[in-house]
Design a protein around this ligand. Structure first.
Ligand code: HEC
Length: 149
């Protein structure tokens, strides 16, 4: 009997944990996603600055992280998530969704282009990643409160 009760409470705990995970606020989900974008940018930027050796596989891995960011960003700014959790999202995302989507599309295209280019040298990396960095900045300028990256 004791065992049955503890099994039951274990299940209840697991359920609560999964509900808590599902309820992870969208503001935090997009913050985590963007931090991933930044880490990938550090890898690529490090190579471009000569702080890291050029590594074609690591560059492609970073591009894949960006592709994931590009695919998921659109769903992470729903109505009702304009404020809270120290979000740096600017209200323009909700007042000018078309413009935001345009910036997202430019980012997606730049990332797709970089993946397609599959750079094999530092010069090729510069040519393919440069446009991506511009589109990060391009979106942050109009749609993010603090522009630090
Ligand atoms: C389509 C728009 C858009 C694009 C493209 C974009 N970002 Fe962002 N980024 C945002 C917005 C909006 C926020 C603020 C999100 C929030 O706080 O809710 C943000 C936040 C961030 C943050 C802060 C995360 C935190 O909470 O500490 C970093 C770092 C970041 N972006 C890096 C990047 C990098 C690097 C790229 C390109 C590889 C990129 N972003 C591309 C819109 C974009």
């Amino acid at each position: 009997m004791v065992r049955i009760i503890s099994m039951g409470s274990l299940l209840a705990l697991q359920l609560m944990a999964s509900v808590a995970w599902a309820a992870d606020p969208v503001q935090e989900q997009r913050s985590e996603l963007m931090k991933g974008a930044r880490d990938a940018a550090k890898t690529v930027g490090g190579m471009l600055k000569g702080e890291l050796d050029f590594d074609a596989a690591a560059a492609m891995e970073s591009f894949q992280v960006w592709a994931d960011v590009a695919a998921r960003t659109g769903d992470l700014f729903p109505e009702g998530s304009e404020t809270g959790y120290d979000t740096e999202a600017r209200e323009t995302i909700w007042t000018d969704r078309e413009g935001f989507n345009q910036k997202l599309s430019e980012f997606t295209q730049a990332v797709d282009g970089a993946i397609e280019a599959s750079p094999q040298s530092i010069e090729e990396l510069k040519a393919s990643a440069g446009p991506v960095f511009k589109t990060c900045k391009g979106c942050h300028e109009g749609y993010r409160i603090e522009d630090e990256s």
